[in-house]
Design a protein around this ligand. Sequence first.
Ligand SMILES: [Zn+2]
Length: 430
Amino acid sequence: MFDLIVRNANLPDGRKGIDIAIKDGKIVTVEASIAAEAKEQIDATNRLASPPFIDPHFHMDATLSLGLPRMNVSGTLLEGIALWGELRPIVTKEEVVERALRYCDLAVTQGLLFIRSHVDTSDPKLVTVEALLEVKEKVKPYIDLQLVAFPQDGYYRAKDGVTSLTRALDMGVDIVGGIPHFERTMDEGRASVEALCRIAADRGLPVDMHCDETDDPMSRHVETLAAETIRFGLQGRVAGSHLTSMHSMDNYYVSKLIPLMAEAKINVIPNPLINIMLQGRHDTYPKRRGMTRVRELMDAGLNVSFGHDCVMDPWYSMGSGDMLEVGHMAIHVAQMAGIEDKKKIFDALTVNSARTLGLEGYGLEKGCNADLVVLQAVDTLEALRLKPNRLAVIKRGKVVARSAPRIGELFLDGRPSRIDGGVDYVPIQK
Ligand SMILES: [Zn+2]
């Protein structure tokens, strides 16, 4: 007797009509027509069952604060940072915890069960750090939350940047962050990358840096990050977030940079929604997209995973906790609309992110943790097109969220009476 069987599901690898049997929080069997009983069954006929979505780059201390204390008028990254600087000294721990918990509720309904959040360490009171450490414990039964010590106002540029980041790590934050392009000079940025990689090596921690989130074709912090990663033996444990300057760099220089990044096994985290919104702001026309070189980085064998970055905060007034919205934008901005392209984009929202976060037991194979989501779509391509409802979200074998399928009722003479967008419009050719 199993605890739960998801029946007749389509899997991301293209297999159809597969049963997934779960017991004691683990996936026990994955095959067609399992002849066994379970306490609970979910009919997933014509539905995609996927491992849960993962957000490898988020700011949970700022989420859902849109309009506090005022709106971002210019819509730029720099006004967003200034605005957050106005809000940060007046937020309370309780308020940050409450907003984060509300966001996590939304995330669960979207099948988003793993999040890496940066937490601002610039204010020496570290209210944000205390709050997110509490949130991490509170959401443990349903969301795995990793925290990055993020010196938003600059590791060297902020008055107490160095000591506050160290204290945040001492308090239990698990990852070393940075923002070299926001330091006062290119040289201080370079020095910050070196210092932060050294801290990570000494403490045995991963690194995840906001790196070159600018339109400056001469910004060189990605190169420094890759070189320091190799020097400190951190290969595979370092993530470069944003890397938007790569969009604007000279092609010859990039032809040298990407192999260096591959040698360092840098995990690349573009944030398509935010990058297309915030970059290119000084351009008239033609206007740059600003997202890093996703296709070229993937082709070079680098692990690319996409982040949501922001939802309704000083930098971004939109967002819904839906990683398929992020993937949808990635397809457009990277111009990756081919069938194989889209499969890679779906991987970037799931298995690639699992690599970035260093997750164990992630996936739909026998022996993996019983974490999965059933979507109102027949396959990964349709999931990306439709951003469909998550019919069931399962964490360690327990259903933690359900949504009804989105069905349209029609009242037209001679036409169908109902439409299931997840099934009725699937292209014949794939
Ligand atoms: Zn960010």
